[in-house]
Write a protein that binds this ligand. Structure first.
Ligand code: GTP
Length: 325
């Protein structure tokens, strides 16, 4: 098949490239229809216009500074990303190549443009996706930081709560005035001793003699201080595993693990003598003490009852003494 020059001239307009021929002054000599269609302008309106006017102001700099410059220097330039100005439409991104053509003594430039709207859109979408990912990552780390700070606050609150619980627990088992274990703690310790493996332990009840006159003559506050001093004395005089508790009023209970009745009586006698020998708050104080040892079948009640009975026997017998049962 023979192809005529006229055919080629027609096909120049049908090319999927936008094409323009530019003279040495940078003015458009000819454009193909494809380019005219893209720009929404009749071909004749484009002719004799500066080629740089085809592009958006930003792309114009690139066209003149890079593409036109390279063509002038090297005779050709390839794949420069430019943007066409479209009449009443969105600017159109194109990939532009150009080459110098010598024509009848003149140096013309053949400009070919390939639309890259799809590539451009994909790149924009990719950029947007990347920015969205970065935003999501930033939000995630902010959320994580917030979570960590919440976790810290929660841990601190939990620790404070545990401390409060511990304090409350201790307070619930302590006597406020003397700081000694209270009746409830004493009962718990007694139950534990009864449930424990050792069949040898002793329990004592201890009461200040004639305490009422102390209060009556020296005041309730002085009475309180005597109780506090006695509490300190009990703590310092007794063995490490002995438990001294304030049972109520001026009455104290002692649990002496692993102590036979004889050993317990001996220790209590030393305590009685120590109290008798050392005035508390400059007041001479004596103690009456009832002591008993665990017997098979004992319960907390039977043990306490025997110790109590022994205490009252000591009172009846003239006070300032120990009665053992
Ligand atoms: N200051 C003070 N006094 C208390 C406290 N608890 C009880 N008492 C006092 O202890 C005294 C106990 O008196 P009584 O039960 O008559 O016994 P007592 O005077 O010690 O006489 P005997 O026990 O028979 O030797 C009362 O005056 C109570 O008010 C307290 O926490 N502080």
């Amino acid at each position: 098949m023979e192809i005529q020059a006229a055919d080629l001239a027609r096909w120049w307009h049908l090319a999927s490239f936008g094409q323009a021929v530019i003279d040495e002054q940078g003015m458009i000599l000819q454009v193909n229809r494809t380019l005219g269609d893209w720009l929404g302008a009749p071909m004749r309106r484009l002719i004799d216009q500066p080629a740089s006017e085809l592009f958006t102001p930003e792309a114009r700099m690139l066209y003149l500074g890079l593409l036109a410059y390279r063509v002038a220097e090297h005779g050709e330039a390839g794949e420069v990303h430019l943007t066409l100005r479209v009449k009443e439409g969105e600017p159109m991104p194109v990939l532009c190549s150009a080459r110098l053509i010598l024509h009848r003594g003149a140096s013309l430039t053949l400009l070919s443009m390939l639309t890259i709207a799809r590539k451009d859109r994909l790149e924009r979408e990719l950029l947007e996706a990347r920015q969205a990912t970065q935003r999501a990552l930033a939000e995630k780390s902010a959320a994580l930081a917030e979570l960590e700070s919440l976790h810290d606050t929660l841990s601190a609150q939990r620790a404070a709560l545990e401390q409060t619980n511990q304090r409350l627990g201790q307070e619930a088992l302590s006597d406020v005035l003397t700081g000694l274990p209270n009746r409830r703690r004493f009962d718990q310790a007694l139950e534990a001793a009864l449930a424990g493996p050792s069949a040898t332990f002793s329990v004592a009840m201890l009461d200040i003699d004639h305490f009422k006159p102390v209060n009556d003559h020296h005041g309730h506050a002085a009475g309180d201080r005597v109780l506090q001093r006695l509490g300190e004395l009990l703590s310092s005089q007794l063995r490490g595993d002995d438990l001294a508790a304030r049972i109520g009023g001026e009455e104290f209970g002692l649990l002496m693990p692993a102590a036979s009745l004889e050993a317990a009586t001996c220790a209590l006698e030393r305590l009685r003598q120590a109290v008798e020998a050392r005035p508390l708050e400059e007041l001479a104080i004596t103690l009456s003490i009832g002591v008993t040892q665990y017997r098979a079948g004992d319960t907390r009640e039977t043990l306490m009852q025997r110790a109590d009975d022994a205490l009252y026997a000591a009172k009846r017998a003239g006070r300032n003494r120990i009665v053992s049962d």
